[in-house]
Design a protein around this ligand. Structure first.
Ligand code: ACO
Length: 324
C-alpha cells in the first residue's frame, strides 16, 4: 500500500450569509461606497458566509472533518495524521490541527498546520500524500479552514468584499493504486508584498497594521500565469494531458482569473468548478469546499480525474492531480 486514495470529503460553512447588497448597505453606514454590480462584475462573488464572533477556524475545521470522516466511513481514532491548512489559526500555538484532533477525540495521530495561504490546501494534500507514499501514515485527514473575516480591514473596499469563511476536508487512505497521481508546489518569497497580512511585523511582534493588504492587479496577473504553467506540469508529471482532466477545481479568487485560466488551458468552462459566487474567496478552504460541493451534487464521480490548484500569498502556488 504505497499510494494515497481519496476516501471521503466534507465541508462546512458558517450559517450567516452576507449578500453583496447586505455588505454594501453595511459599508454605506461608514461612508464607504460599493455595490452588488461592482462586486459581481469584477469578481463573480454574490455572497459570502461569515463566522459569528466566538466561532474559530478549529470549529469550522472540525465540522468539515466530521463530514469527511462520515463520508469515508472512518472513525476519528483510525487517523494517524491530521494536517490543517490555515492562515487564520485559533492561536499562535498549539496548532489548529491539535485543536481539531482534540475535538474529534483522536489521540496519538501526528497533527500540524501548514501555512501557505490560498495554496495551503494543495500544500497540505501534497504533504499528506508524501507521508502515505513513504509508509509514514495510513489514514490522513487534510483540512483547509479559514476565518479570513478576522484579518480583513472592513474599511478597505478593495479587499473586504472578496473573502468569506469556511472549511473543507478530505480523508486520504493508503491504497494499492492512486488516488493522488501527481503534485507540484512552488513559492517565490520575493513577491511577499503583493499579498500579505504582515504590515508591521518585526521579529515576531505585531506593531502596526495586522490586516490583509493586496495589490489586486499584480496578484491577478501572477495567478493566471503560474496556474497555467503548474497545470501543464502536473499533468505531464502524471503522464496525462489536460484533455484527460474531467474537472478543474481551482482556488476561488476571482471568476475572471478562472475564465482566463480555462481559456489559456483550452479547458471548457463546464469543466471548471465555480463556488466563488456563493462562498467568495475562503483562502485555504476554497479548493476542498469546491471539491466537496461538486462531489455532493453529483458532478465529480468515482474514477474522474480532478485537477486541484492553489495560488496565493507568499507568493505560493501548486497543483494536485487526483483520480477520485
Ligand atoms: N466597490 C466599488 N469600487 C471599488 C471597490 C469596491 N468594492 N474596490 C475597488 N474599487 C474601485 C477602486 O477604488 C478603483 O477606483 P478608481 O479607478 O477611482 O481608483 C476602481 O474600483 C478600480 O480598482 P482596481 O483595483 O483597478 O480594480 P480591478 O479591476 O483590478 O479589480 C480586484 C480589483 C477585484 C481586486 C482585482 O484586481 C482582482 O480580482 N485581482 C485578483 C486578486 C484577487 O482575486 N485576490 C483575492 C485574494 S488573492 C488570492 O486568493 C490568490
Amino acid at each position: 500500500l504505497r499510494a494515497a486514495a481519496i476516501a471521503g470529503t466534507g465541508s462546512f460553512l458558517p450559517e450567516r450569509i452576507v449578500t453583496n447588497d447586505d455588505l454594501a448597505a453595511e459599508l454605506a453606514t461608514r461612508g464607504i461606497e460599493t455595490s452588488d454590480t461592482w462586486i459581481t462584475e469584477r469578481t463573480g462573488i454574490r455572497q459570502r458566509h461569515l463566522a459569528e464572533r466566538g466561532v474559530a477556524t478549529s470549529d469550522l475545521a472540525t465540522e468539515a472533518a466530521r463530514r469527511a470522516l462520515a463520508d469515508a466511513g472512518v472513525q476519528a481514532d483510525e487517523l494517524d495524521l491530521i494536517i490543517v491548512a490555515t492562515s487564520t489559526p485559533d492561536f499562535v500555538f498549539p496548532s489548529t490541527a491539535c485543536l481539531v484532533q482534540a475535538k474529534l477525540g483522536n489521540k496519538g495521530a501526528a497533527a500540524f498546520d501548514v501555512q501557505a495561504v490560498c495554496s495551503g490546501f494543495v500544500y497540505a494534500m501534497s504533504t499528506a500524500d508524501a507521508f502515505v507514499r513513504a509508509g509514514r501514515a495510513r489514514c490522513a485527514l487534510v483540512i483547509g479552514a479559514e476565518v479570513f473575516s478576522r484579518i480583513l480591514d472592513w474599511n478597505d473596499r478593495g479587499t473586504c468584499v472578496l473573502f468569506g469563511d469556511g472549511a473543507g476536508a478530505v480523508v486520504l487512505k493508503a491504497a494499492d493504486a492512486p488516488g493522488i497521481l501527481a503534485a507540484e508546489l512552488h513559492a517565490d518569497g520575493s513577491q511577499m508584498n503583493i499579498l500579505c497580512a504582515a504590515g508591521n511585523v518585526a521579529y515576531g511582534e505585531v506593531t502596526g497594521d495586522p490586516f490583509l493588504r493586496m495589490d489586486g492587479q499584480a496578484v491577478f496577473k501572477q495567478a493566471v500565469n503560474v496556474l497555467e504553467k503548474s497545470a501543464r506540469q502536473v499533468c505531464a508529471d502524471a503522464g496525462l494531458t489536460l484533455a484527460d482532466v474531467d474537472w478543474l477545481v481551482p482556488h476561488q479568487a476571482n471568476v475572471r482569473i478562472l475564465n482566463m485560466l480555462a481559456r489559456k488551458l483550452d479547458v471548457s468552462l463546464d469543466k471548471v468548478v465555480v463556488t466563488l459566487d456563493r462562498h467568495a474567496n475562503t483562502s485555504a478552504a476554497s479548493v476542498p469546499l469546491a471539491l466537496d460541493a461538486a462531489r455532493r451534487d453529483g458532478r465529480i464521480k468515482s474514477g474522474h480525474v480532478v485537477l486541484m490548484q492553489g495560488v496565493g500569498g507568499g507568493f505560493t502556488w501548486g497543483s494536485v492531480l487526483a483520480r477520485m
